[in-house]
Design a protein. Structure first.
Length: 149
């Protein structure tokens, strides 16, 4: 499981002409599921991201997690985070999970984040989305549950 985690001032997801989700301060996560992912990967990633200290404390140090910063989390399914661009010019998506499996893991990930006490907003699975965000920092962190990087 891979995630691109961005600290944002605000984010929203638009499908067609409709805003399907929006939030203010928090984390925007682009989440990709691989064929090898398990429930353990979901738990690891949810806990890692929920407790990631990337928000400033009173002294300006990144010592607060999203909950302590009174932020929300928006999770957008992005199978392209599983892309392998090491060879050629067209990224391979061979390691991305099949949509039915990916959807189950995506929904489980969102549920676990909710159980960890944060408000979770979502995009629309398997839809073309316009994701609009105001990145704060910018803070962009890559996380891989297999710790490949």
């Amino acid at each position: 499981m891979r995630a691109v985690v961005q600290r944002v001032h605000e984010a929203k997801v638009v499908v067609g002409d409709s805003t399907v989700s929006s939030m203010q301060t928090g984390l925007l996560i682009y989440l990709g599921i691989s064929k090898q992912d398990t429930a353990e990967d979901v738990t690891y990633m949810a806990k890692k991201i929920r407790h990631l200290r990337v928000f400033s404390d009173d002294k300006g140090k990144p010592n607060r997690d999203v909950k302590e910063a009174n932020g929300d989390i928006m999770v957008v399914s992005a199978f392209t985070t599983q892309a392998d661009a090491r060879k050629g010019r067209r990224p391979s998506l061979a390691e991305a999970a099949e949509p039915e499996i990916a959807k189950q893991f995506y929904e489980h990930f969102c549920d676990v984040l909710g159980e960890l006490g944060v408000t979770v907003h979502t995009g629309k699975f398997r839809e073309h989305m316009d994701v609009v965000s105001s990145n704060d920092g910018p803070i962009c962190i890559l996380i891989d549950s297999k710790k490949a990087f």
